[in-house]
Unconditional design. Structure first.
Ligand code: HGY
Ligand code: MN
Ligand code: MN
Length: 427
């Protein structure tokens, strides 16, 4: 392999990277200036089509796998060949920001393109991936695309459907996927030499310090429970307090109990950000409430304990208020350590660019924690201005966006040149 190719040190095209990011942010743009681009939505398909077109114009290959993941490479994807994977996601939360996920995908494509343009000779394919439905904003199966890629087909919550109960299969087909062919989207672990993900930090740490680059050592675990409370819809004016089965009242108790779980130190953070109420009418008691309870902890056993506690509390609140209850796990991603050898190569890449870096852990979830189950994995962070994310104000200074992409390119070249990669990237 000739990692340098011809014409000196390879570099990203910063203007191209920022232009693509800006253009991508038009898909799903909201009146508030945010992005609503859930996985398997029309805006999601437009974003996929935009990047596929960009790649093909650059004489790169782009294809959609059965899970709806978009893959970019120099040639048709061959999962029997060794490959280094770079990626993130293009889907967003409701009214989220323009960089969460998109930054990592556009940067991964940039790296693949630079390697191709510079005719850098590779003995290992480099594939950029836009993983489908990382957020789970519409179809609540978060990490969908990376779970399929990592072969976790048996762990996908099923049957996959959106919040209204509409099945995933037709939406997936519109995106170019095929629910019946998911095994074809699995990457055989022996082919995968590693996975790298570049992402905005989404928190306040880098923004507050001198370092421009974060080297992730570990990613928190996450569990999401869908809790259905079933009461009885009834007239708000005539139904006596002692004759009510008010599902929304039960939901209110569970929201507070969830926060208490974290406040009492049982898990790192615990939140309810999603509530559906039926019939959602001012003068009718709620007959049904659905909450999504989001739990995070760096320790898998504590996360499991927190899940059990939420189930117990939902049960006792329901019993007290005369409600039915059903709890279903929608997401479970394990805490994941990043590969020590890859971390060293990221650090080397940052140092060679004269960028100060710090080691830090991630409180947000990422496809990287799924991929870490099958291959050595590393993550690079850049600062989020004000530490905010999942809101329209999410932003990062252009210089930091370019710096992160350069670190990704440098780390990729270092991994490609690393003689140890068949046995992992030794520190
Ligand atoms: O929710 C998360 O941690 C991530 O943004 N998917
Ligand atoms: Mn996110
Ligand atoms: Mn993300």
């Amino acid at each position: 392999m000739t990692p340098m190719g011809s014409g000196g040190e390879p570099d990203i095209d910063g203007e191209r990277l920022l232009r693509r990011l800006r253009e991508l942010s038009a898909f799903g743009r909201t009146a508030e200036g945010g992005i609503t681009r859930p996985g398997f939505s029309e805006a999601g398909r437009q974003a996929d089509a935009f990047l596929i077109d960009q790649a093909r114009r650059a004489n790169l290959h782009a294809e959609v796998d059965a899970a709806g993941n978009v893959l970019f490479g120099r040639a048709a994807i061959d999962r029997t060949r060794p490959a280094l994977l770079l990626g993130s996601h293009l889907d967003t939360v409701v009214n989220g920001g323009w960089l969460d996920g998109a930054y990592g995908v556009v940067s991964a494509l940039e790296v693949v393109q630079v390697l191709a343009e510079r005719h850098i000779d590779l003995d290992c394919d480099v594939v950029a991936i836009a993983f489908a439905n990382e957020e789970g904003a519409l179809f609540p199966q978060a990490f969908w695309g990376s779970m399929v890629a990592a072969g976790l087909l048996g762990s996908l919550p099923g049957p996959p459907a959106d919040h209204e109960g509409r099945p995933l299969a037709p939406a997936l087909a519109l995106a170019g996927g095929d629910l019946d062919a998911l095994p074809s989207a699995v990457w055989p672990p022996p082919s995968v030499r590693g996975y790298l993900e570049l992402h905005i930090e989404q928190g306040p740490i880098l923004d507050a310090g001198p370092e421009r680059i974060g080297i992730v050592d570990a990613i928190t675990g996450r569990a999401v429970l869908a809790v259905d409370l079933i009461g009885e819809a009834a007239h708000a004016g005539t139904t006596p307090l002692n004759a009510r089965a008010d599902a929304l009242l039960g939901a209110a108790h569970l929201v507070i109990a969830t926060r208490e779980l974290a406040a009492q130190g049982l898990c790192h953070v615990a939140s309810v950000g999603h509530l559906q109420v039926e019939p959602n009418s001012a003068n009718t008691l709620a007959g049904h409430a659905r909450l999504l309870v989001d739990l995070r902890d760096a320790d898998a056993a504590r996360l499991t304990k927190a899940e059990d506690t939420v189930r117990d509390q939902a049960g006792s609140i329901a019993a007290r208020l005369g409600l039915g209850v059903r709890c279903r796990r929608m997401v479970r991603s394990e805490p994941a350590a990043m590969d020590a050898g890859i971390r060293r190569h990221i650090a080397g890449s940052a140092a060679a660019l004269g960028l100060a870096a710090r080691v830090m852990s991630s409180g947000a979830g990422h496809d990287a924690q799924i991929m870490a189950g099958i291959t050595p994995t590393g993550m690079i962070f850049v600062p989020s201005i004000g530490g905010v994310s999942h809101v329209p104000q999410e932003d990062t200074a252009p210089a930091d966006l370019l710096a992160g992409a350069r670190v990704l390119l440098g780390a990729t070249l270092r991994l490609l040149a690393c003689p140890d990669r068949r046995n992992g990237y030794r520190p």
